[in-house]
Design a protein around this ligand. Structure first.
Ligand code: GSH
Length: 213
């Protein structure tokens, strides 16, 4: 049954989906789509009317929105369960994913990582004011997540969940900046969590590296 992930190599959301695929041990093909390009193919826009990435296609079933994709993968494929069954742990997992999407992505990735690391890597100018605004936003997000994180090996308990992959992909990008790495260290629970999570083979296997200029 063909499984294809359409998306941009450097996208944090694509990485979340790839982390879930890696942790499930599911084999898949990738189709490269750059959503920031001026000429996103019409065939891709037919799959994803908002033109974002990723989109998963499983046989004749197409799915976009990363949270839907990772939950679908977890329910459809063998391998360790990535969602707890206890209502409160599941509620916390969904809450953390919501915080990442609603409040975390923009400051951590689009303001701090993009301007400090990604834009310089492709020869585009960085805006220091955007980085400052991103760090202010990230401070609030990390404080909230530090309070939500379980006093356990993973964010919602003793087992890896989709919340770890969703936040982990963001933190991987954010801590590639000196400011982000320093800010994370002010949050002991998250810093310890990240130290262990970042060593998982799934993170090495999905590291996109950086583009050349
Ligand atoms: N809500 C979407 C967000 C996906 C998203 O924003 N992806 C970024 C790349 S990390 C994108 O496609 N950006 C293109 C744009 O902003 O035009 C999801 O969960 O999949």
């Amino acid at each position: 049954m063909p499984l294809v992930l359409h998306g941009y190599r450097y996208s944090v959301y694509v990485r979340i989906a790839r982390l879930a695929l890696a942790e499930k041990g599911a084999a898949y093909d990738r189709v490269e789509v750059n959503p920031f390009a001026p000429d996103v193919p019409a065939a891709y826009l037919a799959l994803h009317p908002f033109g974002r990435v990723p989109t998963l296609v499983h046989d004749d079933f197409a799915l976009y929105e990363t949270g839907a994709i990772t939950r679908y993968l977890d329910r459809s494929f063998a391998g360790p369960a990535l969602q707890p069954s206890a209502p409160r742990a599941l509620g916390r997992m969904d809450q953390i994913i919501g915080v990442v999407d609603s409040y975390g992505y923009w400051p951590l990735v689009r303001q701090v990582f993009s301007h400090r690391v990604f834009r310089p890597a492709i020869g585009q100018p960085a805006d220091e004011a955007e980085i400052e605004r991103g760090l202010a936003g990230a401070t609030k997000v990390l404080a909230a997540l530090e309070a939500l994180a379980a006093p356990d090996a993973f964010l919602v308990g003793p087992a890896l969940s989709l919340a770890d992959l969703h936040l982990g992909a963001l933190i991987a990008f954010f801590t590639a900046t000196p400011e982000g790495a320093a800010l994370l260290e002010n949050h002991p629970r998250l810093a310890m969590w990240w130290m262990h999570l970042s060593r998982r083979p799934s993170f090495a296997a999905t590291d996109p590296g950086l583009p050349g200029p």
